[in-house]
Write a protein of this length. Structure first.
Length: 74
């Protein structure tokens, strides 16, 4: 992971962001010794609601009964 001083990062910010996108992270150091890490957010074309199904051993009729009961209570 590449590490930059604050002034280096400020002067080459576009390059720092490109490097973070390519390599996964970049660190920026301040004079006082504090260190910050820039990470790219992972974006996906898939919907966050698009989840894989789960196979269960519960018969469909029992599952429907549980759902109906929950709706009646709610």
């Amino acid at each position: 992971m590449k590490s930059y001083s604050y002034s280096e990062a400020r002067g080459n910010f576009a390059t720092v962001l490109d490097e973070a996108a390519r390599d996964g992270a970049v660190e920026i150091r301040r004079r006082d010794g504090s260190v910050f890490r820039i990470l790219p957010l992972r974006t996906s074309a898939a919907s966050p609601l698009d989840v894989k199904g789960v196979k269960g051993k519960l018969p469909a009729g029992d599952l429907l009964a549980v759902v109906r009961e929950g709706r009646e209570r709610g």
